[in-house]
Every structure is written in C-alpha cells, then in structure tokens.
Design a protein around this ligand. Structure first.
Ligand SMILES: Cc1cc2nc3c(=O)[nH]c(=O)nc-3n(C[C@H](O)[C@H](O)[C@H](O)COP(=O)(O)OP(=O)(O)OC[C@H]3O[C@@H](n4cnc5c(N)ncnc54)[C@H](O)[C@@H]3O)c2cc1C
Length: 363
C-alpha cells in the first residue's frame, strides 16, 4: 500500500520482498470494512466471502447470532490479496522485486544503502514493512522488547464443518483467559484459529484444538495441522524510526492488542508514512521523526484503548457476552467499530469519568 501511494504521488519507489509472489501468509484473512474504506481501489476480485453477521459462544456455550444490515468484513486468501496489492503498486509505477531479501542497511550522509541478496540499492528513505520477524527492525535496533500475542492457526476444508455459513464468522471467547478462537469462511477452506496474550503456547494450541472439535466432524480433526505465530505489539513510545528508516505494519508492532487484527494497521500506517515521506522528499529531511510522532498521535491512543477494553473484557467475559446477546446498543457498537464508524476511543469517551477510572484500573 505504501509503494502504491508513493508511486501514485510520482516518487521513485522500489519494493522488495524475500518471498516469491504470489506467496501465502498465515492469516485468518479477515479484512474488515474499516480497512476497506482506507484502500483506494476495488479489491472485490479477490474477496472470497462477504460477512454480515457473527455467531458467538462463550466457553463453547450460550450460542447466539447477530446480524448486521450491511457488510462487516470480507474474507480473502492472502496469497491473492497481497498479490493484488503488489500489482496495483506496480501499475502505479513502483518497481517490484520479489525473491529479493533485505539483508542490511547502512546509513550514509544523505541516503540509505540497502544490501539485498541481489546487490546494493541506494534510497533517500527506507521503510521496513517486513512483518512480525522484521529484519529491518533487527538490523536497525528498532522495536526492541515488544509484547506478543500468540496465534495458532489451521485451515480445514469446508466439507469438514457441517454447519458453516458463508456470511457468518464464529467467535468463541471466555474459554481461556485473554484468548479467543475464530472461524472465518472462505470459498473452499475455513480459517480456524485462536490467539491470546501472556499464555503458554500449549494452552492456546489445546484451546484451538478444542474449538475445532466443537465445529468439525470428528473423523477429520486429526488430519488438520496447526501452526503457531507471534504477533508483536508495540509498547508506548517504543522507537519505530531511526535516521532515514521507519517501520510500518507488523514490523512496527501496530496490530490490534484485543483482536490481533493487523491488516487495518498495516494499511493505515502505510497511509501515514506516505504523507510523511512525501514531505520528507520535498524538504530533504534527514530525519523521519514526524512519522513516529504521527503514529503516536493518530494510532497509538486507539491501540492503547483497545488494550484497555481487552483487559476489561477479560475480567468478565460472560457478562459482556450476554450484553452483546441481549442489548442492541452493545452489538451495534461492536458492528460500528468493525465498519469504522466508531472507535474504542469514542466508546471510552461516552463512558466519561467512568471510562477514565476504568482506564486507570486496567493499568
Ligand atoms: C494466525 C493469524 C491470523 C491473523 N488473522 C488476521 C485477520 O483475520 N485479519 C487481520 O486484519 N489480521 C490478521 N492477522 C494479522 C495480519 O496477518 C498481520 O498483522 C498483517 O499481515 C501485517 O501486514 P504487514 O504487511 O505488516 O506484514 P506481512 O503481511 O507479514 O508482510 C511482510 C512481508 O515482508 C516480507 N519479508 C519478510 N522478511 C523480509 C526480508 N528480510 N526481506 C524482504 N522481504 C521480507 C514477507 O515475505 C512478507 O511478504 C493474523 C495473524 C496471524 C498470525
């Protein structure tokens, strides 16, 4: 997305990726409407299903379904979605080299020298958009000591889950503290996963297995393999810029601390980076500090607030489960957050002094 925005603005952009495209990425593949609104072109050719409702359980019990009048989310296969974005960036004028890993970065007086597996590349500015295991972050000493969400993920053929619906996602929560499990429908496969904070990997793996057992036919379960992944979460004010280099997306730990969703933050941080970099090129800045200031101002308060709601939710999951089941305003707030019509900050503000008190308690 960043390459797309910068190339559209007429800048000379080189996009490097170590993988051969199209490449898979372990991900539920849920792109909510809030994210769709930020993407300046139609990506419906790679949408697999349109989600208009959520089926909920708490500790695998008390099921209910909530519907929304319009879409909440779209599901995609990341190999198709990411390929689609990379091609839009190329069409806008970016030069894309896949199978070209970033190796190291050396800061020169007025440019950065990037060492890649295919040779050296000099650039006025360098952006690490290289995900949760960012080599750019490692090489520049940025994003040290983040918190992590652990996610376990598997894919099952739709034939294995008898009652899946193409327009519904399923969430289970409250079963394991600070964790939830999801099932997202796609055309031929279902994404089934679980994610959680501060929990041993075995706990999340067992939870994901138990969740799978509640949804899938017994005969198939053993054939479904699961893999674990770490999603980094940036701590407040942790550096994500140094000299002529910045980090965006998962490399900067900007995923949502409640849900672990990171596509929105990747797209939003790319948008913020694009406007800062255009100014930087125009005015020949030798520092990208304004980028981190913008992220701290425009994204971190909402991410911090999401962390607060995660802590509150985990105190009494059954209570909130029942509120969403029985009170329209609770469900509407959740649906509006997914559609980008409301933020966690709006909800906290609405709570007034109670919201501030809760924020202090959650810390
Ligand atoms: C199990 C799981 C489920 C998830 N489900 C969802 C979901 O449903 N919805 C959602 O919004 N988010 C979800 N997320 C989070 C989401 O996948 C990430 O937040 C998002 O992909 C971050 O995008 P990114 O562009 O920053 O990084 P990535 O998508 O990880 O892209 C990084 C790119 O950098 C490349 N790269 C890595 N190292 C190098 C190198 N040295 N040189 C060159 N290139 C390199 C990689 O090949 C890759 O193409 C999930 C995460 C997990 C683990």
């Amino acid at each position: 997305m960043l390459a797309y925005h910068l190339a559209k603005a007429g800048l000379d952009v080189v996009l490097l990726d170590k993988a051969k495209f199209p490449r898979g990425k372990t991900c539920g593949g849920g792109v909510n409407v809030r994210t769709q609104k930020l993407i300046p072109f139609d990506f419906s050719p790679v949408v697999e299903e349109t989600i208009t409702g959520i089926s909920f359980t708490c500790r695998f019990e008390e099921p209910f379904i909530r519907h929304s009048p319009g879409p909440l989310m779209f599901t995609v296969r990341r190999e198709h979605f990411d390929e689609f974005l990379a091609r839009r960036a190329e069409e806008a004028g970016a030069r894309f080299f896949d199978q070209t890993p970033f190796l190291s970065l050396e800061e020169k007086d007025d440019f950065g020298e990037v060492n890649t597996a295919a040779g050296l590349c000099s650039a006025a500015y360098v952006v690490g958009a290289d995900g949760s295991q960012s080599a750019v972050a490692r090489r520049t000493g940025l994003m040290q000591d983040p918190a992590y969400m652990l996610a376990v993920h598997s894919e099952a053929p739709t034939s294995m889950v008898p009652d899946w619906k193409p327009d519904l996602i399923h969430l289970d929560w409250g079963s394991v503290k600070r964790s939830y499990a999801y099932m997202f429908p796609r055309k031929y496969f279902l994404s089934l996963g679980a994610g959680g904070i501060d929990l041993p990997a075995a706990r999340i793996k067992n939870y994901q297995r138990a969740f799978l057992a509640t949804r899938a036919q017994k005969e198939g379960i053993l054939s479904v393999s699961a893999a674990g992944f770490m999603i980094p979460l940036r701590k407040k004010r942790c550096p994500i810029e140094k000299g002529r280099c910045i980090l965006i997306g998962d490399a900067a730990g900007l995923a949502d601390p409640f849900s672990g969703e990171g596509i929105f933050s990747a797209v939003r941080s790319a948008q913020i980076a694009a406007s800062v970099l255009q100014e930087a090129v125009k005015n020949r800045w030798d520092s990208l500090k304004p980028y981190q200031e913008s992220i701290d101002r425009e994204m971190m308060p909402e991410l911090e607030c999401s962390r607060l709601f995660r802590e509150l939710f985990n105190l009494r999951p059954f209570h909130y489960h029942r509120k969403i089941a029985s009170q329209d305003r609770w469900w509407n707030a959740m649906a509006k957050i997914m559609r980008g019509e409301k933020t966690f900050l709006d909800v906290k503000k609405k709570l007034g002094p109670v919201g501030s008190l809760l924020a202090r308690m959650a810390r």
